[in-house]
Design a protein around this ligand. Structure first.
Ligand SMILES: *[C@@H]1O[C@H](CO)[C@@H](O)[C@H](O)[C@H]1NC(C)=O
Length: 279
């Protein structure tokens, strides 16, 4: 008898807590996860939070609360706000700074790299898994994108000074040479390591919508107003897919880096492949 009474009391207490909202059932809130929430609400600028206890969120230093913004479904693009801490951004810059070289583009005839006027930044590649902090960041990228670490190329760190830009291009390859190791590039994660005073936005000029409904439209450069744009903010990351869910290449993934007008821009790119990418 006493056992039954105790059980009833426990049930009543549980119901009371649920009613007060002190406990929440899984799936009852927007903590249901990015895929579920995103599919249920396919409208622009949908927000959802990620629990700080999710795996891969171990960070070095302070950062704001991470949350995901659905930027667009054409191209499939998401902004992970507060993806990196300031310390992590500074660390990536400090690793790359002594080794910056003028950026090249892939030569589709030879598969090698060549100098180009469409890309005027400077950059360098880090080795995948090269130290503990890089491994932590790469693990976080894998956890957010659902693409295993082994499918990623080494991080590239880029620096753009005033006037420097990257003309709109695709990240997928048009040649057989570059797809031998790892296959086609399926997705790109672009991390902003610095704030940029003016310009330097990432723009998708072939997206069917532009950023005119965005609250910061008036702060965008002319280049960025020509498409769907993301304003660089230190610690934020932009994920976009070059490949559609049916395996075809997505022409709306055309993207460029607008010229920096004031200040300078540091960013880091992770390209991810269909298959394991051997290093
Ligand atoms: C952006 O889109 C709006 C609404 O579709 C359109 O009126 C405007 O001309 C576009 N702006 C640019 C710069 O393409």
């Amino acid at each position: 008898m006493a056992v039954v009474a105790a059980l009833l009391l426990a049930c009543a207490a549980l119901l009371l807590l649920l009613a007060l909202g002190a406990l929440s059932l899984p799936g009852a809130s927007d903590g249901a996860g990015p895929r579920g929430a995103g599919l249920a609400r396919p409208r622009p600028r949908a927000r959802f939070r990620r629990s700080a206890t999710d795996s891969g969120l171990e960070v070095r230093g302070e950062k704001g609360e991470p949350w995901t913004e659905v930027l667009s479904w054409e191209p499939r693009a998401f902004v992970y706000h507060n993806f990196l801490s300031k310390e992590e951004c500074d660390y990536l810059i400090s690793l790359a700074k002594p080794h910056m070289k003028k950026s090249t583009v892939v030569d589709s005839a030879t598969g090698g790299s060549k100098d180009s006027r469409v890309r005027t930044s400077s950059g360098m590649f880090l080795r995948r898994g090269q130290d503990k902090i890089i491994r932590t960041i790469e693990k976080r990228i894998a956890d957010y994108t659902f693409i295993p670490v082994e499918h990623g190329e080494g991080l590239q760190v880029l620096h753009y000074e005033v006037g420097q830009k990257y003309e709109p291009h695709f990240d997928y390859f048009h040649d057989d040479y570059n797809t031998k190791n790892g296959g086609q590039r399926i997705a790109t994660l672009l991390m902003y390591l610095s704030d940029v005073e003016d310009g330097g936005e990432t723009v998708f000029p072939s997206a069917p919508v532009n950023s005119s409904s965005s609250p910061f439209y008036n702060e965008l450069s002319e280049c960025a107003k020509n498409g769907l744009s993301v304003k660089p903010k230190m610690g934020d990351a932009l994920l976009f897919w070059s490949m559609k869910p049916d395996g075809s290449l997505d022409p709306t993934s055309l993207h460029g880096g607008c010229p920096v007008i004031k200040g300078n821009k540091w960013s880091s790119t992770k390209w991810m492949r269909v298959h394991e990418y051997k290093i």
